[in-house]
Design a binder for this molecule. Structure first.
Ligand code: ADP
Ligand code: MG
Length: 601
């Protein structure tokens, strides 16, 4: 209710604004709105999706120049040209996104910067773009007899476009797509394991960027009716960057606030633009150091400080509610790994490893550090392609598939060193696991937005159940990093189970847990198995392995050296030797077990 009231107040204020402004002031407002749309686009790619994009100003230029060229030289009407211009900008977005499939961070920054420079170079030198003089005489956009050459009336056109653009950006960021984009920004490997198609997601980010850039370009062409290269130069790219960083790159509203604020500052400092550049630079550095989430992040930062001051509350895990047992499957094979070899340059991490895991089993994988256990998981979950050999899931080939494909085939995993999305709440971490859609599903955002909202509601309902089941109610809205290690492990397990997997891979899930937590973990894993999920568990805690696993596979230096029931494997001479060196004399059952436990502590 409060939100509706705020939106209504903002809308009315924006609608009435021109009545209080003079001719020049309204022009400044018109330009500020265009910058705000550009900043939203940049916020989506850079802030939300984490793709460094220094070509936003070029998308802007492509939109504006396309309108200019198509109206003045091809003789098209303004709005026809506008639609084509936006499409062209989107195509440029896609082209700029291609390098992002191969490179990230500063490399991507350099490439996109290069593309932006190439664009200004091209317009400065090409006759069709009017060279350095640019293109004037862009026609006034016709609008049912309303004279849009007036800055006042154009303001209302911009306002409507801006409202729609803002609403769409907020819709995207607060929905499954936005959540996946943020997850990709935090940790693209973990996002891939949860079913996010990383290449397509990066492309989507650049498409959005192109769309918003093109839109801003069209409005600019309609407002100024003149385009020239210097509007789209690097100085303006940095101004745009400053807007997004100061406002708060991961918050769309923050980007808008930053854009409006800096547009006004820029106007005020027009006479001292050299110093202004220096000033923006300084402020950006200060913001990056002291308020990395920008203006939009300040309230949260202050709240976190206060919480630290008051000590904060010690979060507690609730009880786990067991799953419904399912009838045991018999005779089917969940995972078949055949003669898999994985080489890293000279090092053989896996050497002809074979193992067959029947459906509904808890399989232990043990072995000294560096024996290849995690590498085996990485091959099965698609992070590494095996150098040789094959992997089958439930009888179907699954060798070398991308992580998201394997996740859709029912493989879920946890990580040895926990890979929770740190900037997302616990609830959002779980929502990501529950979202099983493909990225191609997102055409609904444009055509059937209510379906997206309905789906989001369903996800939230199922997340609430999952939170309840895993006893996470108390921590559901916390950031994972603020929580004790044991709780983070539980969250990662819950996130993996959110995917309703058929095969669950747990990489040292008991590492860092206390005795009570290990006992709870054993109960949870048993309940997961009883519900029909096959579990493979890498573990150093021999007590847990002995009591939990139906069968244990022992790796040493990348080779399987034993495979069988836990009690048999523990006294296998090769196993004892691998753990203790060859000096060990023939052990009795008890000494072997004790020694193994000792060696792996
Ligand atoms: P474990 O999980 O059993 O402790 P790992 O599977 O992590 O062992 O590692 C097995 C061996 O493979 C180690 O020697 C490790 O250094 C090497 N290794 C693992 N991943 C890579 C990689 N990406 N590049 C190079 N070497 C790797
Ligand atoms: Mg490991």
């Amino acid at each position: 209710m409060k939100r509706v009231a705020l939106i209504a107040i903002a809308a009315v204020a924006a609608w009435l604004l021109p009545y209080g402004l003079g001719g020049y002031a309204i022009h400044v407002a018109d330009v500020a709105i265009i910058f705000a749309i550009l900043a939203i686009g940049l916020g989506l790619t850079m802030g939300v999706a984490g793709q460094i994009n220094l070509a936003q100003v070029a998308f802007f230029g492509v939109g504006a120049y396309a309108v200019a060229i198509l109206t003045t030289q091809a003789g098209l009407g303004f709005w026809t040209a506008a639609v084509l211009a936006i499409l062209t900008a989107v195509v440029f977005g896609v082209l700029t996104g291609i390098p992002a499939l191969r490179m990230q961070s500063h490399y991507l920054g350099i490439v996109t910067l290069g593309l932006a420079l190439a664009f200004t170079n091209w317009v400065t030198n090409s006759t069709i773009a009017g060279r350095a003089e640019g293109i004037s005489d862009i026609p006034v956009p016709p609008m049912f007899g309303v004279d849009l050459s007036s800055g006042y009336l154009f303001y209302y056109v911009e306002l409507v476009v801006f409202a729609i653009a803002l609403a769409f950006a907020l819709f995207v960021t607060h929905s499954p797509l936005g959540r996946r984009l943020r997850a990709m920004r935090d940790d693209d490997l973990a996002a891939g394991a949860l079913g996010a198609e990383i290449p397509l997601l990066r492309m989507t980010a650049f498409v959005l960027s192109g769309l918003y850039g093109g839109l801003a370009g069209v409005l600019y062409a309609g407002l100024i009716r003149f385009v020239a290269p210097e509007t789209f130069n690097i100085a303006n790219m940095f101004l745009l960057l400053a807007m997004v960083i100061i406002g708060g790159r991961s918050s769309i509203l923050g980007c808008v606030v930053g854009a409006v604020a800096l547009s006004l500052v820029r106007e005020a400092l027009l006479d001292a633009s050299g110093y202004a550049q220096l000033g923006y630079g300084l402020v950006v550095v200060l913001v990056v150091v002291f308020a990395p989430k920008g203006l939009a992040g300040l309230p949260g930062q202050i709240r976190a400080l206060l919480r630290r001051r008051t000590g904060g509350s010690r979060a507690q895990l609730g009880a786990f509610l067991p799953y419904e047992p399912a009838p045991a499957a018999s005779g089917e094979v969940a995972l078949d790994v055949r003669e898999v070899t994985k080489r890293f340059k000279g090092l053989v991490a896996l050497d002809k490893v074979s193992l067959t895991v029947p459906t509904g089993q808890i399989r232990g994988v043990v072995g000294p550090n560096g024996s290849g256990k995690t590498t085996l998981f990485n091959v099965v979950s698609g992070f590494y392609d095996p150098t040789e050999g094959s992997v089958e899931l439930a009888g179907r080939g699954a060798t070398g598939l991308a992580p998201y494909r394997l996740s859709l085939r029912g493989v879920a995993r946890t990580f040895q060193n926990l890979r929770l999305f740190e900037d997302l709440s616990v609830r959002e971490n779980l929502l990501l696991g529950l979202d099983r859609t493909r990225t191609t599903w997102i055409w609904r955002y444009a055509v059937l937005p209510w379906k997206v909202l309905g789906y989001e509601r369903t996800l939230h309902r199922r997340t609430a159940e999952l939170i309840e089941r895993f006893g996470l109610s108390e921590v559901a809205d916390a950031e994972p990093r603020s929580l004790p290690y044991g709780i983070q492990r539980r969250i990662e397990l819950a996130r993996a189970m959110a995917m309703s997997p058929s095969l669950l891979l747990l990489d040292e899930p008991a590492a860092g847990l206390n005795g009570e937590e290990v006992r709870q973990l054993a109960d949870i894993v048993r309940s997961i198995r009883d519900s029909g999920v096959t579990v493979i568990i890498i573990e150093h805690n021999m007590g847990l392995v002995m009591s939990l696993c139906d069968q244990v596979t022992v790796l040493s230096s990348g080779r399987v050296i034993a495979d069988g029931p836990p009690a048999e494997v523990a006294v296998h001479p090769d196993v004892v030797a691998a753990y203790l060196g060859d000096s060990m004399a023939a052990p009795t059952e008890e000494t072997a077990e004790a020694a193994v436990e000792e060696a792996t502590r």
